[in-house]
Design a protein around this ligand. Structure first.
Ligand code: GAR
Length: 197
């Protein structure tokens, strides 16, 4: 059984998809803890499923490095097999990435390397592309630059608002993330190999 620690900042619908998937006895992964950088609404999903959570707020620390050290300490308390960033909206300090990679993955609402960063859906709309999508990737020291595990495209419809397009992307994203974690858990995806590409 692959143990997961999920990091979130927002509504946590991707977290909820993993919590739901893990209610199936056949699904080979379990969320053992949830972490956040803020009082995220999505922490309610952890509570509902009886999963412990913690919050490490950057403004409570003198530096990004000090925040990162505490975040890493909180993660390591749980010794997760895999850390999943699911809408975690902070760039992780180098010590966190160096310690955890390649056993730390991220889901991003665009077809990387297109539209990295915090406003991927808005940026895709502004660029006028007719196709965007989702990427699940290993986190490396860059911002949304890590080796891709899987991607799926989503069509941009005429007149799409950022919210409408993001919601359509998230429907695809939740299923893709659940499948990617399944593939990692059952050995169909080897993170060491993915990271060496
Ligand atoms: C997801 O679409 C995720 O890819 C995105 O935030 C959303 C979180 O939704 N992450 C990023 O944009 C990271 N750059 P959720 O809180 O409902 O899971």
């Amino acid at each position: 059984m692959l143990s997961l620690l999920v990091l979130i900042s927002g509504g946590g619908s991707n977290l909820r998809a993993l919590l739901d998937a893990a209610t199936d006895a056949e699904y080979p992964a379990r969320v053992i803890a949830v972490g956040s950088d803020t009082d995220a609404p999505g922490l309610a999903h952890a509570e509902e499923y009886g999963v412990p959570s913690f919050t490490v707020v950057p403004t409570a620390f003198e530096s990004r490095e000090a925040w990162g050290a505490e975040l890493l300490a909180q993660i390591e308390r749980w010794s997760p097999d895999l850390v999943v960033c699911a809408g975690f909206m902070r760039i992780l300090p180098p010590v966190v990435v160096a310690t955890l990679t390649p056993r730390i993955i991220n889901t991003h609402p665009a077809l990387l390397p297109a539209f990295p960063g915090a406003h991927a859906v808005r940026d895709a709309l502004a660029a006028g592309v007719d196709t965007t999508g989702v990427t699940v990737h290993v986190i490396d020291e860059g911002v949304d630059t890590g080796p891709v595990i899987v991607q799926q495209s989503v069509a941009v419809e005429p007149g799409d608002t950022e919210h409408e397009l993001h919601e359509r992307i998230k429907t695809v994203e939740r299923a893709l993330l659940v499948q990617a974690v399944l593939d990692i858990a059952n050995g169909h995806v080897d993170l060491e190999e993915t990271a060496a590409r």
